[in-house]
Design a protein around this ligand. Structure first.
Ligand code: GLY
Ligand code: MN
Ligand code: MN
Length: 183
């Protein structure tokens, strides 16, 4: 980020592995990475006074069936929300697109935060893409789309992109791949 001109981080980077990945704002610990861990990396920088924000989750070793199901459910929810998001929608309606997919897969109780938030001079700005937000999302707003599933003691997955809202849809500012990477 520094090489590309970042002035600072936009927030303290989050890197969480194994059971810690089940905590959306996990703090670092001395735990070493192990085969079978999800590793969630959530980070962003400050560039010309504005914040950025993105998350990717990767797998150490091969994912088991439950891990694949969780990862693919989060990915499906994220892609559906990105597909639906456009200017004129209420924040709660965008949230619902992702939340319904996660709930249908049986993980509704494990998606314990809003789908996303506006980003600008601050990392978290209003309006939000959340169940409670009745405000309208307008063209040119910058939003994150970051569904997650967090299973206590097991681990969690979050996938987060930052997009520019348009009248017809949205333009994704993140270009990193999102299929499950097994390292
Ligand atoms: N870690 C802050 C966020 O993604 O909203
Ligand atoms: Mn983030
Ligand atoms: Mn975010």
């Amino acid at each position: 980020m520094k090489t590309h001109g970042a002035e600072n981080l936009s927030f303290e980077s989050i890197v969480a592995s194994g059971p810690n990945s089940a905590m959306p704002h996990a703090m670092p610990s001395g735990r070493k990475l192990e085969k079978g861990d999800f590793v969630t990396m959530d980070f962003g920088c400050l560039y010309q006074g504005y914040c950025s924000d993105m998350t990717r989750t990767v797998m150490i070793g091969k994912a088991n069936d439950k891990q694949k199901e969780i990862y693919n459910t989060v990915l499906e929810a994220q892609l559906a929300a990105l597909d639906a998001l456009k200017g004129g929608m209420r924040g709660c309606d965008v949230d619902k697109v992702a939340r319904d997919i996660i709930a249908k897969a049986g993980y509704g109780e494990y998606f314990g935060h809003g789908l996303g938030h506006s980003v600008g001079l601050y990392i978290h700005e209003e309006p939000r893409l959340s169940m409670l937000c009745k405000e309208t999302i307008l063209p040119n707003m910058i939003e994150t789309v970051e569904p997650g599933i967090y299973v206590p003691g097991f681990g969690g997955v979050r996938i987060e992109d930052m997009v520019v809202v348009t009248a017809e849809g949205c333009r994704n500012l993140a270009h990193s791949p999102k299929e499950l990477i097994e390292l």
